[in-house]
Design a protein around this ligand. Structure first.
Ligand SMILES: [Mn+2]
Length: 353
C-alpha cells in the first residue's frame, strides 16, 4: 500500500494540483485497503487524511495505515477546516462524482480552486502489482471451474437462461467468490446474436448456440470471460464462424505483449475477422482493462498508447449474424514483456453439449 501511495504522491508532485480529494470506493480501496461505502480521502504534499463516519471508524483504524483517521459526518467541512492554513490553492477531485456532491464541494471548498481529474488514480491502477495479479488469477480460476460445472447443469429443452445465470452465480460463490462482477449475458439461439443479451426465461434448445459471458468478484477484483457452446449439434456455418472467432482470439494471444499499441491490439484480432469476410459483423471493441472495475482503462481503438507489462486486459472478438446466432470468445490476458499470460483457462475447442 505504501508503494501505491508513493506512486500517487510522485504523480501529485508532478501534477498541476496541490492536493487530491478521493471519493470513489475502488480508488479509496486501492490507496488505503479500506472497503466501505462512506469514506473520503484527502492527500496533499504534507497530509494524508482519511475521513469516515462512526459506522466505519473501527474498521478504518484496523486497516488504514499512514493516514490521520478522522470520524465525521461532514467530511468536506472538516477537511476545509484542517487545511485552511496549509497554503493550498488548487484541489483536484474525481470527475466521476454526482452533481449533488459537486455542489457541496463548491460550497465547502469555496476558497479553493477546484480541478476535475479524469483517470488520475485509474492511471496508477493500470499496472497491476503482484498481489493484484494473484487475486485476479484466483477470480479467473473460479470462473474457469464454474464454466466446467455449468456444462453438466444445462439440460437442453429444460434449462432456462436465467437458471444458467443463477447457477453460475451460486457456483462461483461456493468456490469463494463474493458475487457476480456484472449482470451476466446468457443468450441462446437467436438471442446470441445480441452481443449483450442478458439472461431471459427462454429455455435452451437443441440445435442452438449458447453464449455465456460472466465473471466474479474475488477480494474486490473481477474476472470476465465468455465462452460460446453449441447444443446438440452444429452446422457447417456455425463451425466455420466459431473457428474464425477462435483464430482471432488466438492471434491476439500470440501477438500481445508490452509495447504493442492500443490501435494495433484492436487491429490484430479484427484483421482475422475482416479477412474471413465477417468484418461488419464484429460490432464492438476488442476489449478493455479489468481490475477493481469490470471495465477500466485501457480501452482500445485508435490510440497510439502502448501496452505495458502488468496490464490485465480482455481479448473478446465476436461475430453476430442478426436474428440467427452469434459467437464470442473472451479471455483475460496479463501483459508481460515477452508476450502475455492467459489467465482464463477454460477450454475453447468447439464444445457440442
Ligand atoms: Mn468483457
Amino acid at each position: 500500500m505504501e508503494k501505491r501511495l508513493a506512486r500517487f504522491e510522485e504523480k501529485l508532485a508532478q501534477s498541476e494540483v496541490d492536493a487530491v480529494l478521493v471519493t470513489g470506493q475502488n480508488n479509496i480501496y486501492y490507496l488505503t485497503g479500506f472497503w466501505g461505502t462512506e469514506a473520503t480521502v484527502f492527500i496533499s504534499g504534507g497530509r494524508r487524511l482519511f475521513l469516515t463516519d462512526a459506522r466505519y471508524t473501527l474498521i478504518a483504524k484496523k486497516t488504514v495505515e499512514g493516514f490521520d483517521i478522522i470520524e465525521t459526518r461532514s467530511a468536506l467541512t472538516e477537511i476545509a477546516k484542517i487545511i485552511a492554513d496549509d497554503g493550498l490553492t488548487k484541489i483536484g477531485f474525481d470527475a466521476q462524482v454526482t452533481f449533488g456532491f459537486y455542489q457541496g464541494l463548491k460550497t465547502g471548498f469555496a476558497s479553493f480552486e477546484l480541478q476535475p481529474l479524469t483517470d488520475f488514480i485509474e492511471e496508477l491502477r493500470l499496472i497491476k502489482d503482484a498481489s493484484e495479479i494473484a487475486t485476479i488469477r484466483r477470480a479467473c480460476h473460479i470462473s474457469d471451474q464454474a464454466f466446467l460445472d455449468v456444462l453438466d447443469f444445462i439440460k437442453p429443452g429444460q434449462t432456462s437462461e436465467l437458471e444458467v445465470t443463477n447457477f453460475l452465480d451460486y457456483r462461483m460463490r461456493q468456490l469463494g467468490a463474493s458475487g457476480a462482477s456484472f449482470e451476466f449475458i446468457v443468450a441462446s439461439g437467436y438471442r446470441s446474436s445480441m452481443p449483450h443479451g442478458v439472461a431471459s426465461e427462454k429455455i435452451i434448445q437443441t440445435g442452438e448456440t449458447l453464449t455465456l459471458d460472466f465473471g466474479c468478484y474475488y477480494k474486490h477484483y473481477v474476472s470476465d470471460m465468455t465462452r460460446t457452446i453449441h447444443i446438440g449439434h452444429v452446422t457447417d456455418q456455425e463451425r466455420e464462424i466459431y473457428q474464425i472467432v477462435l483464430k482471432s482470439n488466438q492471434e491476439l494471444i500470440d501477438q500481445a505483449r508490452a509495447g504493442v499499441t492500443y490501435k494495433a491490439f484492436d487491429q490484430i484480432a479484427r484483421a482475422v475477422i475482416d479477412q474471413a469476410g465477417y468484418g461488419e459483423h464484429f460490432t464492438h471493441g476488442i476489449g478493455h482493462g479489468i481490475g477493481l472495475d469490470i471495465h477500466e482503462i485501457p480501452y482500445f481503438g485508435k490510440s497510439e498508447d502502448k501496452l505495458a507489462a502488468g496490464m490485465v486486459v480482455t481479448d473478446e472478438p465476436g461475430i453476430y449474424l442478426e436474428g440467427k446466432y452469434g459467437v464470442r470468445i473472451e479471455d483475460d490476458l496479463l501483459i508481460t514483456e515477452e508476450g502475455c499470460e492467459v489467465l482464463t483457462k477454460a477450454p475453447k475447442e468447439l464444445i457440442v453439449l
